[in-house]
Write a protein that binds this ligand. Structure first.
Ligand code: FES
Length: 177
């Protein structure tokens, strides 16, 4: 009898121990899901400066901080639709300010998508050695076209860009939908 009771006690303890473990695992899964879902639900509130507004305009920063005549690389946070929802990602753009004229290019190479960098007064892509002048015109290499310029506007003293991705490997500039 006492052996039977001891076995029952052991079973009861094992069941309650397993119950606690299952409860902890469930709580852990709920916490992870809660944080993930919560992040998507409130991410606009936590976005740092630079995240898209509803019309796709992203702040680059004060125009006065862009050095005159230089090739200035800036990172912007853009909001993109992945089908299952919006997510934010960081994109690089090149800004050139000459007097009143501002030009902005995406830093994505039109050949196969490597990052375009600047060297002296040229843009270069180290992947396959494409080159462009400061106006974005091709100077050689396998790039099928010039650099892709982006729409911009100045509001107050803030420079804003409308970031877009373009199809790679083709001669015409076509927005990637
Ligand atoms: S990806 Fe830039 S030259 Fe090929």
């Amino acid at each position: 009898m006492s052996v039977h009771n001891a076995t029952e006690d052991n079973n009861t303890e094992r069941r309650s121990f397993l119950g606690v473990i299952a409860g902890l695992i469930g709580a852990g899964i709920s916490a992870v899901l809660g944080v993930t879902i919560g992040r998507f639900a409130v991410s606009p509130a936590f976005s740092t400066g630079g995240a898209d507004d509803a019309k796709g305009w992203t702040d680059i920063g004060p125009l006065a901080e862009i050095e005159e005549g230089k090739l200035v690389k800036k990172n912007v946070i853009v909001s993109q639709n992945a089908g299952w929802g919006q997510f934010n990602s960081q994109k690089a753009v090149w800004v050139i300010k000459k007097g009143d004229k501002v030009t902005i290019f995406t830093a994505v190479c039109p050949h196969l998508g490597c990052t375009v960098n600047a060297k002296a007064e040229e843009f270069i892509c180290a992947c396959h050695d494409s080159k462009w002048d400061v106006a974005g015109n091709s100077l050689g290499g396998p790039t099928p076209r010039g650099l892709d310029s982006l729409e911009h506007k100045i509001e107050g003293d803030v420079l804003k860009v409308r970031y877009q991705d373009f199809k790679q490997g083709i001669t015409q500039k076509e927005v990637l939908s």
